[in-house]
Write a protein that binds this ligand. Structure first.
Ligand code: MN3
Length: 295
């Protein structure tokens, strides 16, 4: 594919290496404090200092380190050591080009969805947390999980925009160009058939959750405390991390956005067609990883 053969720039190499290392280093891959370039660079620098490798930010060094990282053990440095560098939350980059999910999701939808809708959640989350130094140190996951204890004046804004930031950050990562996302692991397949009957039964249940969601929301596959799978649907930008808000809590390992902004340009009112086509771009490799970490 074109994007795989493209020459790697310093920035692209850095992004790719960061993504690889961070994904392998963290049991909870979506944390807000690692979503901007400055913090990613800081994470890389701290991760590599121990190896004596980070002497200059050249594309050659980055590419060599990337190759080494791909063929050796994952780094031991954990990104949450940089929690103090939380604010502001920033828009994460996509791990693939905007057009890479076509025809399931068109390029224009991807661009508007991330750079307008997701960006607005990020901006409004940052605005809500202005003047709340204690909350600025929390990850977006921690914010979602502690809504009832937040000041009432910002609780709604954090629910909508923190939820929006977490949900979309995960959404971009659990998708991949058709044919590149792998398949459910043997472990995940077994858990799905045990819980739902067959893979098709599971897909039907997730789609049903999306279809029955009146207005805007999400349909999720979660790992509940204790390890059982369940499909849940949430309204607006709520998610299954939201204690005190959502009845059935768990760690989301797959989720599909059923807001009209996620599909309307291509599918108009045909949400069912979008949900059917969406399976072609699920990144099962990433879902498998999240399942293994959540159990
Ligand atoms: Mn959306």
């Amino acid at each position: 594919m074109r994007f795989e053969r493209a020459p790697m720039t310093v920035r692209a190499a850095e992004e790719q290496m960061w993504f690889h290392m961070w994904r392998n280093a963290s049991p909870h891959p979506i944390v807000g404090d690692m979503s901007d370039a400055a913090n990613r660079r800081s994470f890389l620098r701290h991760s590599l200092v121990g190896l004596g490798a980070f002497t200059a930010l050249s594309s050659r060094a980055l590419t060599q380190t990337l190759l080494a990282a791909n063929s050796s053990a994952a780094p031991t440095t954990h990104p949450t050591t940089h929690k103090e560098q939380h604010m502001p939350f920033t828009l994460p980059s996509l791990p693939y080009p905007e057009a890479a999910l076509e025809p399931s999701i068109d390029s224009q939808t991807m661009i508007i969805h991330r750079t307008k809708h997701h960006q607005a959640y990020v901006d409004n989350l940052n605005k809500a947390l202005e003047g709340h130094a204690d909350l600025q140190n929390k990850t977006v996951e921690e914010l979602c999980a502690s809504l009832p204890s937040l000041p009432e004046a910002i609780r709604g804004a954090v629910r909508n925009n923190g939820g929006g930031h977490f949900n979309h950050s995960m959404f971009w990562q659990i998708m991949a160009p058709a044919g590149s996302g792998g398949a459910p692991s043997a472990e995940l397949s077994a858990a799905i058939t045990k819980t739902f009957g067959t893979m098709e039964d599971f897909k039907a249940k997730l789609a049903d959750g999306g279809m029955k969601r009146f207005g805007s929301g999400w349909s999720w596959l979660i790992v509940k405390p204790g390890g059982a799978l369940e499909v849940v649907s949430t309204a607006n930008q709520d998610n299954p991390l939201m204690k005190g808000i959502i009845d059935t809590l768990g760690t989301p390992i797959l989720g599909v956005d059923v807001w009209e902004h996620a599909y309307y340009l291509k599918y108009q009112n045909r949400r069912a067609d979008y949900l059917k086509s969406w399976w072609d771009v699920v990144n099962w490799n990433e879902v498998n990883k999240r399942f293994a970490a959540a159990k």
